[in-house]
Design a protein around this ligand. Structure first.
Ligand SMILES: [Zn+2]
Length: 239
């Protein structure tokens, strides 16, 4: 084999190794980021549920306060009516006032019934809000722990990726601009695998059987060759 071709091939093979490893790391980092997002999504949906319950609880409380106000207002009116009753001389006015007071008392008892029912609803809503709040707090703690763990593993992968990029730069310094261009193009066209071995006349990039004459030339190694099927840079693997 031509020694300069051998040297170039060695660089190309090592470049491909760094590229493959870098792709794995990038995928792993992306996976971690996705998992973080999923964790946050679960927590957010629970927080949303909590907010909905809290606003429902607030509405019920407002309704209850409204009933209290109505009750006070009616009681005031009753008191005033009782005072007026003492001063009424006309029988017709007296009867009208009595009816009005009766209506007021009936209204108040309806309000009180509604308040009793509302108290039950309020109590169970308060219990439910406390339960969800507890669950959200616990979930938030768990998410924080998991995110910290993910961040640690991600840091390791980011460090490895940085050293691979450094390695690629040093390999790039060893190679000619022509060779790097060839490699980059092969990587792009080969969907991340630009350099592949040929074993038993089969290109391991596209898994196609290659013509015997091509394989003979490849074994001679007088030049950098590309697979006639997939166009990847290929080398003869005699292991
Ligand atoms: Zn091929």
């Amino acid at each position: 084999m031509n020694p300069s071709v051998k040297k170039e091939l060695d660089i190309l093979i090592r470049l491909q190794e760094t590229e493959t490893r870098a792709q794995e790391l990038r995928a792993a980092i992306k996976d971690v980021e996705m998992r973080q997002l999923q964790l946050e999504e679960v927590l957010n949906s629970e927080r949303l549920q909590l907010e909905e319950r809290e606003s429902a609880l607030m509405k019920l409380k407002k309704q209850y306060t409204g009933f209290e106000e109505d009750l006070r207002y009616n009681e005031e009116r009753l008191k005033k009516s009782e005072q007026t009753l003492r001063t009424v001389t006309n029988n017709r006015d007296y009867q009208v006032l009595l009816r009005e007071m009766d209506d007021n008392r009936k209204a108040n008892s309806r309000i009180q019934e509604a308040m009793v029912a509302l108290i039950d609803e309020l109590t169970s809503m308060e219990i439910s809000v406390t339960e969800i709040q507890g669950r959200v707090d616990e979930e938030a703690r768990r998410v924080e722990e998991q995110k910290a763990e993910l961040l640690t593993s991600c840091t390791r992968e980011r460090d490895s990726l940085a050293s691979l990029e450094e390695e690629r730069r040093s390999l790039g310094n060893l190679a000619s601009a022509r060779l790097m261009k060839l490699f980059d193009q092969a990587i792009r066209l080969g969907g991340g695998i630009g350099v592949s071995c040929v074993r038993g006349n089969i290109c391991k990039g596209c898994f196609m059987k290659l013509p015997p004459q091509f394989c003979i030339e490849l074994q001679r190694g007088n030049e950098i060759s590309r697979c006639p099927r997939c166009n990847r840079i290929v080398y003869w693997d005699d292991i």
